[in-house]
Design a protein around this ligand. Structure first.
Ligand code: AMP
Ligand code: GLY
Length: 452
């Protein structure tokens, strides 16, 4: 009818195209969830991977190519852009899209600095009295090593200032390890220009937790908890990675601790952002250490976690798009809170041999279909590509096998049963995902709570 009259109906809300930017497991998970929305007609992913191609239309663009992404958004009448990686935020993709009046989920460059510069975020926390580890900043390796030589408490934590895909943090047990961390970052330039400055930080004792909050500048919507497993080896041994597996929810976070996190960390952080002129529309992902004195910030991220998102979207029962769109438009207070599946979700990352160091690419992956036949399993692709009609490895973290279950043990059993059906040369995973449950505030924390 409309076409007969020479008219075109474009209903941006109920017939919407959504573009997800990025190419990892997080982006596959977002595409998978967004594609289920009643509001969405089509999902595009730039550039995506072999998994996103199953639920979205991949667009061959680099995730940091701001001009070309804007051109696609205009050409395709995209109604919402969801930005996955920090690197895209750090080049100002969100600012450019917002200037073009495109609804975008993800902060601009100013907000992205909370993650892209640990020196900046540490200064911000200190200025606004947000609890965190005390630290010193250095721009010369000699001065950093001199400082370490005078340290009489160990471990010390040495951190590259800039983005390093989760690998720029070295927990050093003694002076020798401290010196080699400084050399790796500043002399060998293992993380490139991200290591021009470093922080040497007090080691915080305690259990770790991550909190995700969707923020539109005013309203803070706290999501379910997810526990990452950062180290490459079982029992949390070995070097840090982008994340080797997830569990959601992460055991009991008692109400008191929840309140502490909200009052001492989230609200002061959003308040600080406003005072610093950061108009934040996206997700703030705070890494916390539950110390004897209460929760303290380990780091800020300004985007969804990977692989945390894979577990979050499995448990997120209601439509995600109204929340992402309302956040982009500054109307978060008007949407209903998400409904969550009460069952736990375990996500096991299948990685390529050698990761987080050098690893091979191009190995044929088999058994994906059989893996997804296991109860309650969804396999999200991260480092995969399609080659001659087959799926091959194309990254260090290759897949994230997510499984739900009536309890954590059942979810773990499903996840590992599916993992064992997948094959390629040199595949490996941690076998203890979901076992190292981190949960409550240390008892002493209650005694220190300032209830005022
Ligand atoms: P980040 O990339 O800053 O989250 O650091 C990676 C990991 O290093 C964290 O998840 C912690 O396990 C550890 N870490 C970082 N900073 C500290 C600290 N000040 N004290 C203890 N552990 C830390
Ligand atoms: N899994 C940790 C991160 O996304 O930074």
């Amino acid at each position: 009818m409309a076409q007969d009259l020479g008219l075109r109906v474009w209903d941006p809300v109920n017939n919407m195209k959504v573009l997800v930017v990025g190419s990892g497991g997080r982006e596959h998970a977002l595409c998978w969830k967004i594609a289920k929305s009643k509001m969405v007609d089509e999902v595009l992913c730039a550039p995506g991977n072999a998994g996103t191609a199953l639920v979205a239309r991949n667009v061959a663009l680099q995730a940091t190519d701001v001009e070309r992404i804007l051109a696609v958004v205009r050409r395709e009448n995209v109604g919402l852009v969801v930005i996955g990686p920090e690197t895209s935020l750090d080049v100002g993709l969100a600012d450019t899209l917002r200037e073009a009046k495109v609804p975008v989920f993800g902060p601009g460059i100013k907000g992205a600095r909370l993650e892209s510069s640990k020196v900046y975020s540490k200064d911000l926390m200190e200025r606004h009295r947000i609890p965190t580890a005390s630290s010193r900043t250095f721009d010369r390796s000699g001065a950093a090593k001199g400082y370490l030589e005078n340290c009489d408490t160990w471990p010390q934590v040495v951190k590259a200032d800039g983005l390093a895909a989760g690998k720029g943090v070295y927990v050093c047990q003694d002076l020798e390890e401290g010196r080699s961390a400084v050399d790796a970052i500043m002399e060998e330039k293992r993380h490139g220009s991200s290591g021009t400055r470093i922080l040497v930080e007090e080691f915080m004792e305690g259990q770790e937790a991550s909190v995700f909050a969707i923020i539109d500048g005013r309203t803070i919507l706290i999501l379910e908890t997810v526990q990452d497993h950062k180290q490459v080896g079982e029992g949390n041994k070995g070097p840090n990675t982008g994340g080797m597996g997830v569990l959601s929810p992460m055991g009991e976070i008692n109400t008191r601790l929840h309140r502490q996190i909200e009052q001492r960390v989230l609200i002061p952080t959003v308040h600080a952002m406003r005072q610093e002129g950061i108009d934040f529309h996206g997700v703030l992902f705070v890494g916390l250490m539950m110390t004897e004195g209460g929760p303290r910030v380990v780091e800020y991220n300004v985007r969804f976690g990977d692989p945390e998102t894979q577990a979050l979207v499995r448990r997120w029962k209601s439509d995600i798009v109204p929340v992402l769109l309302a956040c982009a438009q500054g109307e978060l207070e008007q949407v209903s809170a998400p409904e969550w599946d009460g069952r736990p979700c375990v996500g096991v990352v299948a990685a390529a041999g050698g990761y987080p160091d050098e690893y091979r690419k191009g190995d044929l992956i088999s058994g994906l279909r059989q893996a997804e036949e296991v109860d309650d399993v969804v396999v999200f692709h991260a480092g995969t590509a399609e080659k001659d009609g087959e799926i091959v490895t194309a990254g260090g973290r290759v897949l994230c096998i997510t499984a739900m279950g009536t309890d954590v043990d059942a979810a773990r059993a499903n996840a590992y049963e599916a993992y064992d059906k997948i094959r390629w040369e040199d595949k490996f995973a941690r076998r203890d995902i979901g076992k190292v449950v981190v949960a409550e505030a240390p008892k002493e924390a209650s005694a220190h709570v300032d209830e005022s």
